[in-house]
Write a protein that binds this ligand. Structure first.
Ligand code: GDP
Ligand code: CA
Length: 352
């Protein structure tokens, strides 16, 4: 990021801009360097925000540590392989292996295995398993079969990718998001991936359920990380099937409620629509309007202290929550780092 401290300030900008720029200095003065930051994350929205957060911290607080609690509700078994799309998106994005053009999957991917499967007439073909990506799933599946937990497997995979964060699956127990749909002829339950990837969420969801969540335990250190955090951030991930699924694991919502750390969220909804994907279809399924204010209210004062919305949504109010606005399009790393700075500033502000 350019050093905005060098830019002249108009008089009416001074109070807000100096608050925005001095987060690191104030953190250092308050003895808050080396902050323990915890983020809950889904896939693309979470991973892109985290990349900006790490860039912001390199400048502001290089001694900070970031723990990411990743959604595993999207996980699916395909051809005997355990696939964890959101964990992998975070790992590949932060580790430099992501296919930038689509935001998921491995860069420079090939699809020879998929073509061979197609030649056998084997499906499903709607889920794009690439050759490089398959290596990750092969190892994960083998290690799980050897008896390692998903947390241990994820840590091992991260040894290669060095994502710069501690990536913790929300749970080592199996939780899978299923969607009840009505396709006109019948009602049936499908795996979240079938609704999302094959049906593009175009068939209305009657109900979205995190199957297994009720009996799941949070992964090792998930609750402690939240309780011992200095700041907790909810990135602009899908509030229903990413953050919502993580919160469905008993103990995680309670930890967010009881942590003394400020909890701030960043809106994935700008001007009444998701920036990408079909979060609106998920929100409709749970009876929540697709707006920054409604998602802020969905989390509400029990979970969040601060809510960052885009400038177009600056008039949004959320009862009991401090709302601030900032441009929220994660167009590049600098723009995303600025969003992360704004989120950390908001965390400082709500702590005062
Ligand atoms: P997924 O698991 O890959 O669907 O990713 P997440 O759940 O982590 O994030 C999906 C959400 O990211 C969507 O609801 C988008 O609206 C949001 N999103 C994507 N790009 C941006 C962006 O540039 N700015 C904001 N504010 N949200 C974004
Ligand atoms: Ca996801």
């Amino acid at each position: 990021m350019p050093d905005v401290n060098d830019e002249p300030l108009a008089a009416n900008e001074i109070s807000t801009r100096s608050a925005g720029q001095s987060a690191g200095q104030r953190a250092a003065k308050a003895g808050l360097s080396g902050r323990r930051i915890v983020a809950l994350a889904g896939g693309i929205g979470g991973a892109r925000f985290l990349r900006g957060l790490l860039a912001a911290l390199r400048e502001d607080d290089p001694a900070a540590t970031v723990t990411v609690i990743g959604n595993t509700g999207d996980d699916i078994s395909l051809f005997g392989l355990r696939v964890c799309p959101d964990l992998d998106t975070v790992m590949y994005t932060l580790g430099g292996g992501i296919e930038e053009s689509q935001g998921w999957g491995r860069s420079a991917e090939s699809f020879a295995v998929k073509d061979e499967l197609l030649a056998y007439g084997a499906g499903p073909m709607w889920f794009g398993l690439g050759d490089r990506d398959i290596a990750t799933h092969l190892l994960r599946t083998q290690w799980l079969k050897e008896g390692l937990t998903l947390s241990q497997v994820t840590a091992r995979l991260c040894e290669r990718w060095q994502p710069g964060v501690r990536l913790l699956p929300m749970s080592d127990d199996r939780v899978e998001t299923h969607v009840l749909i009505d396709d006109g002829t019948s009602r049936r339950l499908v795996h979240f991936q079938e609704w999302w990837v094959r049906l593009h969420a175009a068939v209305p969801a009657i109900e979205i359920t995190a199957v297994g969540a009720d009996e799941a335990n949070p992964g090792p250190d998930v609750v402690d990380a939240i309780l011992n955090a200095d700041v907790v951030v909810l990135p602009p991930s899908n509030p229903v099937v990413s953050i919502g699924t993580i919160l469905a694991v008993p103990g995680i919502r309670e930890a967010l409620r009881s942590t003394t750390a400020p909890v701030v969220g960043v809106s994935p909804i700008i001007g009444g629509a998701p920036v990408r994907g079909m979060a609106d279809a998920c929100l409709t399924a749970i009876g929540v309007e697709t707006s920054a204010a409604a998602v802020g209210a969905l989390y509400g004062p029990e979970l969040i202290d601060g809510w960052l919305v885009d400038d177009v949504d600056a008039a949004s109010g959320v009862d009991g929550v401090v709302v601030r606005s900032h441009p929220l399009f994660m167009t590049d790393i600098d723009a995303t780092a600025a969003i992360a700075h704004a989120a950390l500033d908001l965390a400082d502000f709500v702590t005062l």
